[in-house]
Design a protein around this ligand. Structure first.
Ligand SMILES: Cc1ncc(C[n+]2csc(CCOP(=O)(O)OP(=O)(O)O)c2C)c(N)n1
Length: 322
């Protein structure tokens, strides 16, 4: 697949932006102004950006507790994301959701769920709605290897195959579910073998290679738009930091830190940056300019969040299903 130079540069910019936003959250987290647990996606940027770059605004995504990257890659507003982490009224979930319950239907981000596996039936239901309304959209679901342990995945995939739904199941295999390694939970090395391969399009790919993610998801999107049904893509990647919070709160002792060091060498942002410099797509100066632009945007977003009001208590039940 031929990928235009400006698409590559744009994808790099998005990845860099997500990384810098995560780094900023990480380094400010202990100030306790962000009143929410955070699950950072440092090391997993290529999955979010590669997949969302293959989508239109009218396509849907649903996601999980580790959702900052998915939200930004789908076109979510940075000010609204950071305000949500501060539980302010200007947040994308009006300050009621926090980091794990991000939603912005205006860009097709249909919500993230803190229930592991919770987004899977929601995204499958979105596929059913698309199909019943005869729309041309697709529904992409991001979930982790821990969620792949949940029975709801197999029920959902079965239903999507049966109804030929335009759903793309994107498994971010970052190797760990809190402190359980995938090998202690899964029989065999390939979770993707659990998907019935004769019945749906399945791929296992390098989730740290944004171009590979983009190409594979583009293929799955074409497949779905033609009415051929769902697909299942396992992206191998790694969660560089701990499960939740910031680096100094990481519980150690459950994983060999050499493992994280090895994956840091395969950092999706740095490896892509090197490729773009070597291919003369970008210069060091271009990258520095990008970084200062992003840094200014991040500082504005934190300022916006800090100055925003908290939700008033009389509105506490406004957004509940009654
Ligand atoms: C149904 C359910 N079981 C357990 C939990 C506690 N929990 C929160 S995140 C998590 C790990 C999820 O792992 P994975 O799906 O691989 O995503 P990752 O955190 O690795 O991105 C668990 C077990 C939960 N929130 N919901």
């Amino acid at each position: 697949m031929q990928i235009a130079d400006n698409t590559k540069i744009l994808m790099f910019y998005e990845m860099k932006r997500i990384r810098m936003v995560q780094d900023h959250i990480e380094s400010h987290y202990l100030q306790d102004e962000m009143k929410t647990p955070v699950h950072l996606c440092i090391g997993q940027e290529a999955v979010a950006v590669g997949a969302c770059s293959a989508l239109q605004k009218t396509d849907y995504i649903s996601s999980n507790h580790r959702s900052h990257g998915h939200y930004l890659a789908k076109g979510g507003n940075l000010n609204n994301l950071i305000a949500e982490l501060h539980c302010k009224m200007t947040g994308c979930s009006k300050g009621y959701g926090g980091s794990m319950h991000i939603v912005d239907t205006s860009v097709g981000h249909m919500g993230s769920s803190s229930i592991v596996g919770g987004g899977i039936p929601i995204g499958t239901g979105l596929g059913l709605a698309i199909s019943m309304k005869q729309q041309n959209s697709v529904s992409v679901i991001f979930f982790g290897d821990g969620a792949a342990d949940e029975g709801v995945l197999y029920e959902s995939i079965n239903f999507a195959i049966l109804k030929k739904l335009p759903v793309i199941y994107i498994l971010e295999n970052n190797q760990w579910s809190v402190c359980s390694h995938v090998s202690s939970r899964q029989a065999g090395k390939n979770i993707f073998h659990h998907a019935p391969q004769k019945l749906l399009m399945t791929k296992k790919i390098d989730g740290n290679n944004v171009l590979e993610v983009y190409e594979t998801v583009s293929e799955a999107v074409n497949f779905a738009r033609k009415g051929y049904g769902p697909s299942f893509i396992e992206c191998e990647t790694y969660r560089i930091l701990g499960h939740a919070g910031c680096a100094s709160q990481d519980a150690d002792g459950y994983r060999d830190l050499k493992e994280a060091d090895e994956w840091k060498k395969k950092c999706p942002v740095n490896t892509f940056q090197e490729k773009l410099i070597q291919g003369n797509f970008l210069s060091i100066e271009d990258i520095e300019n990008m970084e200062s632009r992003i840094q200014a945007e991040i500082e504005d977003a934190f300022d916006f969040a800090q100055k925003s009001p908290l939700p008033p208590s009389h509105e506490m039940t406004n957004y509940l299903f009654k």
